[in-house]
Design a protein around this ligand. Structure first.
Ligand SMILES: Nc1ncnc2c1ncn2[C@@H]1O[C@H](COP(=O)(O)OP(=O)(O)OP(=O)(O)O)[C@@H](O)[C@H]1O
Length: 667
């Protein structure tokens, strides 16, 4: 778990400012090089919550510490590719778990990359993930008790404090002198101490001084069971001292012989049939830094021009920073089982940034860097392969005949649908497949739930209907109650109700689905083609002639506020509505752009009037207040589609005048 940037509090006896972020106190009562640093308020709060909300899952601390130790070994192996001396004649990477009944401690150590003093302060003293603090401060009291929400942070190192009331970390970075050892200690309350110590061994040793009620953890049997349950998949051997039964003491006692407790093989290299579901799930928690199970995964070996193995997971819930541009994302890249990098975002397109997992390539050079990844043709092939696999996995869920699959897809859509929608504009090659995965709300159910696929829509299309109709507004209710829908509702033609910001982007990039054009109900000259019968068409034509004079008069009155005024075929109940010209930007999109501080062209709408509405009929005979009537007609049409009035006060005055005139029998 990465912690918040911290500074000292309360002010110490003496303090120095470090790199703008930390205040450090030198505790005069202890050794000269020992410093005490205070956690920031949020860190204290987080620790407190973690201890309480995760208590019932307390065993996970071991998984988290072993997971970190494994990552540290991976990092060392990677760094040693360029500098073999980092192994310091100890190339066998491993993780050790030990316990001391008398001292009531557990120790988890690794001979991985270790940490320098600065790294200890940053890694065990700040929350590096951007947005964490904001996310955290937004949690309500009840949410703070929710283990799954707290677990979203990636509980990491600080989960040690669930079972320990004091944690000591001894570490030295690989390649440094023995004198560069660091000792970090904290009781997980307000502060931690840090000092330089001699440490001949490289790597990290974490000692947990157990809380009063945690003595059951001081058992070889118990620790082995936890390791096998959560950490069997860890690549490095996790060793413990072998134990044997001591007849005299009547208990298990540790011998000096080591034994490996886990399988210690790279899970993704094993055959699918040999991997249990739980092993896949636990591995996900390690690579995904997640507390919860994944929703689904795909594991495949690709052979041919490119040889690689992929084990990719769709998480069960969206991380809180899914929408944060600076958030870490991407998958772990290995080359022939050697860890190369975390968060290799080039291995998947941005709209699939929520996917976690591993790609292990047999072909890439071991010295591959992020820069090389950006230009590599091999990476492009892997990226295309991974994208297709994930889309296939999603299709399997979406098309599943079983309720469980459907439910999973609905869950996926709720968590990641908005990210997937971005793919319509980002991934031209897979646009049709992504379109098949989209889900929308529609007038079919008239609820905000996004559950209608384009295929469902097409299957329900009316005879003679050749377009997929949608309305886009800035809220579900604005879309659902849009006057533009009136004729569609009357004729029973389904319309997709779009109210997500990204929906405008989707329809801007998706012109058709299976040969059926997507058409806005609020744009262009509505032509329902064979969906209108002859009598309706004749009625429309005669209305156009009959109302020509009124239309011209309104146009003259509204002058440059409108591009055109015409008789509508869309409305049954409302007197008027605004529509955008066929090739103009929709009013909703223009509003979204403006709200985002971007430039939007100043387009004039078309006002359509309903020749059957009493207000419009009444207007034909209005004289004195015609301009007020015309303006109110325009303004209410703008309000009905979610627009904002340029001059609300004048609108209110006009309404009041008209109401008064009516009560006085003048209007
Ligand atoms: N055994 C270790 N050896 C070397 N570095 C470590 C070790 N344990 C932790 N670290 C460093 O401390 C950092 C913070 O660890 P922490 O467990 O809090 O978070 P994390 O593993 O980065 O992510 P998450 O919070 O999602 O688990 C790690 O990223 C790593 O750099």
């Amino acid at each position: 778990m990465a912690l918040l940037k911290s500074w000292i509090s309360p002010p110490p006896t003496a303090f120095v400012m470090l790199s703008g972020d930390f205040f450090m106190s030198v505790d005069a009562t202890t050794a000269a090089n020992r410093e005490t640093m205070g956690f920031q308020t949020e860190v204290k709060q987080l620790l407190h919550l973690m201890i309480h909300s995760l208590y019932s899952n307390r065993e996970i601390f071991l998984r988290e510490l072993i997971s970190n130790a494994s990552d540290a070994c991976d990092k060392l192996r990677f760094e040693a590719l360029h500098n073999g001396s980092l192994f310091e004649s100890d190339p066998d990477l491993k993780i050790r778990v030990a316990y001391d009944k008398a001292a009531r401690t557990l120790t988890i150590s690794d001979n991985g990359v270790g940490m320098s003093r600065d790294e200890v302060i940053t890694n065990l003293g700040t929350i590096a993930k951007s947005g964490t603090r904001e996310f955290f401060s937004r949690l309500s009291g009840d949410q703070q008790k929710d283990a799954h929400l707290i677990g979203q942070f990636g509980v990491g190192f600080y989960s040690s404090f669930i079972v320990a009331d004091r944690v000591t970390v001894l570490t030295r970075r690989a390649g440094e002198q023995a004198s560069q050892g660091v000792r970090w200690e904290s009781e997980g309350a307000g502060e931690f101490s840090i000092e330089m110590v001699d440490r001949p061994e490289r790597g990290t040793e974490i000692t947990l001084h157990l809380r009063e009620d945690q003595d059951d953890l001081l058992s070889g049997w118990k620790l082995r069971a936890i390791i096998r349950k959560y950490s069997d998949h860890i690549v490095q051997p996790i060793v413990m001292h072998k134990e044997s039964w001591d007849e005299e003491k009547k208990e298990q006692v540790a011998t000096t012989e080591d034994e490996t407790v886990n399988k210690a093989s790279a899970l993704w290299t094993r055959a699918k049939n040999d991997i249990a579901e739980d092993e896949y799930k636990e591995f996900y928690k390690h690579v995904g830094h997640d507390f919860d199970d994944p929703l689904a995964w795909v594991h495949a070996r690709v052979e041919g021009r490119q040889e690689y193995t992929q084990l990719l997971y769709v998480p069960g819930r969206a991380p809180f920073d899914l929408w944060d541009r600076n958030a870490r994302h991407g998958i772990k890249l290995y080359v022939r089982r050697v860890f190369i990098m975390d968060d290799a975002e080039q291995l998947l397109p941005n709209y699939l940034r929520f996917v976690r997992g591993v790609v292990d390539s047999a072909d890439l050079p071991l010295n591959v860097s992020r820069e090389i990844l950006q230009e590599s043709k091999d990476i492009e092939a892997i990226r295309n392969g991974c994208t297709k696999k994930i889309l296939g996995l999603l299709e399997d869920m979406a098309n599943s005949e079983e309720a469980e699959g459907k439910e999973k897809y609905a869950k996926f859509w709720g968590e990641f649908g908005r990210a997937l929608k971005e793919g319509v504009g980002q991934d031209f090659a897979n646009k049709a497949r992504i379109a098949g995965l989209l889900r929308f709300a529609s007038t079919h159910a008239d609820t905000p739930e996004e559950s209608v696929s384009l295929a469902d829509y097409v299957a329900r299309m009316k005879e003679g209907q050749d377009k997929i109709y949608y309305v886009a507004a800035d809220s579900f209710n604005a879309a659902k109650n849009s006057p533009h829908l009136e004729i569609f509702r009357k004729k029973g033609i389904e319309v997709l109700l779009l109210s997500d910001r990204v929906d405008e982007w989707v329809v801007g990039n998706l012109t058709d689905f299976e040969g059926k054009a997507l058409a806005s109900v609020a744009k262009g000259d509505l032509d329902l083609g064979s969906l209108s019968d002859e009598a309706e068409k004749q009625e429309q034509e005669s209305a156009v002639g009959e109302f020509k004079e009124l239309v011209d008069k309104i146009k003259a009155s509204l002058a440059d506020r409108v591009k055109e005024v015409r008789v509508t075929h869309r409305l049954t109940d409302s007197p008027a509505c605004l529509v955008a010209d066929e090739h103009d930007m929709s009013a909703n999109l223009a509003r979204l752009l403006k709200a985002a501080g971007q430039q939007a062209p100043d387009m004039k709408p078309i006002l359509e009037i309903n020749p059957r509405h009493p207000v419009v009929l009444r207007l034909r005979y209005e004289d004195g207040k015609f301009d007020d009537w015309a303006s109110v007609l325009f303004d209410q049409a703008l309000l009905a589609e979610g627009g904002q009035l340029d001059d609300p006060a004048t609108f209110v005055r006009r309404i009041n005048d008209l109401m008064l005139a009516m009560t006085q029998g003048k209007a």
